[in-house]
Design a protein around this ligand. Structure first.
Ligand code: TRP
Ligand code: SF4
Length: 400
């Protein structure tokens, strides 16, 4: 039975913080129990913007993987690897670049946005323009079905779908396709074959989305199909040719907007973060020195939680009881700000404790992390090579 595959990546550009944990990593940890997952370090993507300060990459890669493991990513469930250790990504990127219209890349919103935002860097480079196409290669090379990403990345997944469609359209037409497809239908067995034909007709004549979904499910359940036949039958449903590359869906990560210490979004560039495994003393100090409602100059001045960044933390970490205690105590000056901060400190430390614990063996023995990643790279590479065989063949590169 075919299981939908999840893939996501993260650029190694510094230490991860609680914003990454609440925004991304918790989601990965949940997904790894539901689907086969691939999570990778996008070190080449980091180079597209940091090509003139490359140290940040090697400094962040292993710490980032430890952060993932600390957050609960489990290498027995998910494949953890590094992009540049699977050079097939680069080959697919190159081949896709042959057939990707320049306009598609120039139109991706992050292209202009990031150039404006990172105005101190020269991003008028070939590599930066190709950023989303490299991402498409990352996704397509594993035939990933679902890509958990934040909102800003959705256009990249959309581009990936268009690239896959164009690729299949250009290269999925093998000689004798119709006949091979009909043979493949027969291999489904008579009952499934009849249902497949019926669903195919319903989709092609009436465009019924439900029919194509049911047909996909039917193919996913079919046991003895070769990869080639599966691609043919997927493609045959829609009329065209073989479906060599799979169109992924983005799995929009609810942007759990983690507040930073100053009330703005937690982000390295605002210098308002608590890192994932920050030591306890530093966490205490950072929270104790957080700014509060400016109206509370003296302990006896009442305040308003809505004007206080500490309250944002209570919204994430505290239960109703504590929240009531805060709102009442703050508005009546019944509690001091340090009192108010203590439950937040306790909750953050409690959240971090298992992470520090899980990270401990890896910090003590870095070879453990190296081994996990080496295994992950090997597994990823096998999948990538499988796709590349089909891609090379489709693009006429398997000549003797
Ligand atoms: N561009 C993504 C980001 O900045 C990282 C990334 C690279 C990625 N390749 C990917 C995410 C493939 C999902 C799938 O967050
Ligand atoms: Fe903020 Fe709490 Fe102080 Fe009120 S009591 S200002 S919510 S820290």
């Amino acid at each position: 039975m075919y299981a939908p595959r999840v893939l996501s990546g993260m650029r190694p550009t510094g230490r991860l913080h609680l914003g990454h944990y609440h925004g991304v990593l918790k989601n990965w940890v949940r997904l790894q129990h539901e689907h086969p997952c691939l999570f990778f370090v996008a070190d080449w993507h980091a180079l597209t913007t940091s090509y003139n300060e490359v140290e940040i990459i090697s400094e962040s890669v292993w710490e980032m993987v430890i952060d993932w493991l600390a957050a609960g990513v489990d290498p027995s469930l998910a494949t953890v690897f590094i992009q540049s250790r699977v050079p097939e990504h680069a080959e697919l990127h190159l081949l896709l670049s042959m057939m990707t219209p320049l306009g598609w890349l120039e139109r991706v919103p992050t292209y202009k946005d990031q150039q404006d935002k990172l105005a101190d860097r020269d991003l008028a480079t070939y590599g930066f323009l190709g950023y989303p196409l490299l991402q498409s290669a990352d996704i397509l090379i594993y035939r990933a079905d679902m890509v958990p990403v934040g909102e800003d990345q959705v256009p990249h997944v959309e581009l990936t779908r268009e690239v896959a469609r164009r690729f299949n359209h250009l290269y999925g037409r093998e000689p004798g396709f119709e006949e091979k497809a009909r043979d493949a239908v027969r291999k489904l067995g008579s009952k499934r074959a009849r249902l497949y034909e019926e669903l195919r007709v319903r989709f092609q004549q009436n465009g019924e989305e439900e029919a194509i979904e049911r047909a996909h499910a039917l193919l996913d359940e079919a046991q003895n199909l070769s990869l080639g036949d599966r691609e043919r039958l997927y493609g045959y449903l829609e009329g065209g040719g073989k479906m060599i590359l799979v169109e992924p869906e983005s799995l929009l990560t609810e942007s759990a907007r983690m507040p930073g210490l100053d009330g703005q979004k937690m982000s390295k560039s605002y210098n308002n973060t608590i890192t994932l495994r920050e030591d306890a003393e530093s966490v205490r100090r950072k929270i104790r020195t957080m700014k509060t409602d400016p109206a509370r100059v003296r302990r006896t001045d009442p305040g308003n939680p809505d004007k206080c960044p500490v309250w944002q933390f209570h919204l994430i970490y505290s239960d109703d009881g504590t929240r009531n205690w805060v709102t009442e105590g703050c508005r009546s000056a019944g509690i001091g700000c340090l009192d108010c901060k203590q439950p937040v400190i306790d909750a953050v430390l409690k959240e971090q404790e298992p992470m520090r614990e899980r990270a401990q063996p890896y910090v003590e023995d870095p070879s453990l992390v190296r081994n996990i990643v080496a295994d992950g790279c090997e597994a990823a590479r096998r999948l990538a090579q499988e796709t590349m065989r089909d891609v090379r063949e489709a693009m006429g590169l398997n000549f003797a």
